[in-house]
Write a protein that binds this ligand. Structure first.
Ligand code: NAP
Length: 281
């Protein structure tokens, strides 16, 4: 297929690597000369350009910019693309993007690949990032079947696990399993910072590394999660505080049976959510 990718960072670059590997022709768009040069060197795109005009003949265009630039980018694309091109995005929020995107371009399909690392930029792009990971598409009543099928074909070609969800329900779910953890993990790091305990920093090992990975990532990404999924995230933060309170109260009371019960319930849930844990190592 003839593919376009706007925004050649971690996600856009990784998509480019895999789509090219599977025989698709990829044209990338980046604002920076250095990224454009690297795109061809790293194999992220067959060609890369500084403007969207070169995407005119593409069958599918992925918008992989930071969330706040998704709608302005679709606005620009709507002035250059041929009728029939399908636009899809990868932003981690959908409810505040999909209706406006559909108004700008009728052949729009909202998307969110549930995969990433704590790095950013084109040099962070890596092959097989999406393989066996969830990839959510958020079609609505306005989504044309042919547009949806075209994006679904590519998602399956990436080896990802395809899910279809309502945009608002997607946002509630990702607030729980993706956005809240970023802030909990960041709070763990800030908790260490406020203690100003260099010795503890030296003792930090695999456990602290695992629990702080997402809190040590791209700050712009976390900010857009909070800004664009604000209500759902606030709700999850309140709920999470109540769960922490249950631990605090049980420990205050030296109620070790409750502490053990809560930890056993959390272990069981983790085993259910990640039955094959080594997949994520
Ligand atoms: P990233 O590594 O920072 O890449 C974003 C790229 O977009 C940048 O490299 C930048 O490239 C380009 N860009 C920035 N502003 C732009 C603009 N105004 N117009 C055009 N291009 C612009 O970020 P990312 O992690 O790939 O995130 C991109 C999208 O993926 C976000 O919407 C995010 O919500 C979503 N997402 C991220 C993850 C994750 O874990 N990282 C997971 C799933 C979805 P140039 O400076 O070269 O133009």
């Amino acid at each position: 297929m003839r593919i376009g990718i706007v925004g050649l960072g971690l996600i856009g670059g990784s998509l480019g690597l895999d789509l090219r590997q599977r025989g698709h022709h990829v044209v990338g768009v980046s604002r920076q000369a250095q990224t454009i040069a690297l795109a061809e060197e790293l194999g992220v795109a067959d060609q890369a350009w500084p403007d969207c005009g070169r995407l005119q003949d593409r069958e599918v265009v992925f918008v992989c910019t930071p969330t706040e630039h998704v709608l302005p980018t679709i606005q620009i694309l709507s002035t250059v693309l041929e009728f029939g091109t399908v636009i899809t995005d990868v932003a981690s929020v959908k409810g505040s993007i999909v209706p406006s995107a559909e108004s700008l371009w009728s052949a729009f399909v909202g998307g969110h690949p549930m995969a990433g690392t704590e790095q950013q930029g084109i040099r962070a792009a890596r092959p097989l990032l999406f393989e066996r990971r969830p990839y959510v598409l958020t079609p609505t009543r306005r989504t044309a079947t042919e547009a949806l099928e075209r994006v679904e074909f590519l998602v399956k070609d990436l080896g990802a696990n395809l899910y279809r969800m309502d945009p608002d329900l997607h946002d509630l779910s990702v607030a729980r399993i993706s956005h809240l953890p970023v802030f909990v993990s960041a709070a763990l790091l800030l908790n260490l910072a406020s203690a100003d305990d260099r010795q503890a920093e030296q003792l930090a090992s695999s456990g602290f590394y695992d629990t702080t990975r997402v809190g040590g990532g791209n700050p712009q990404l976390g900010e857009s999660m909070a800004r664009w999924n604000r209500a759902a995230l606030l709700n999850e933060l309140k709920h999470y505080r109540k769960t922490l309170d249950r631990f605090e109260k049980a420990i205050e009371r030296s109620d070790w049976a409750t502490v053990t019960e809560l930890l056993a319930a959390s272990r069981d849930l983790r085993t259910r959510v990640f039955p094959a844990q080594d997949e994520y190592c």
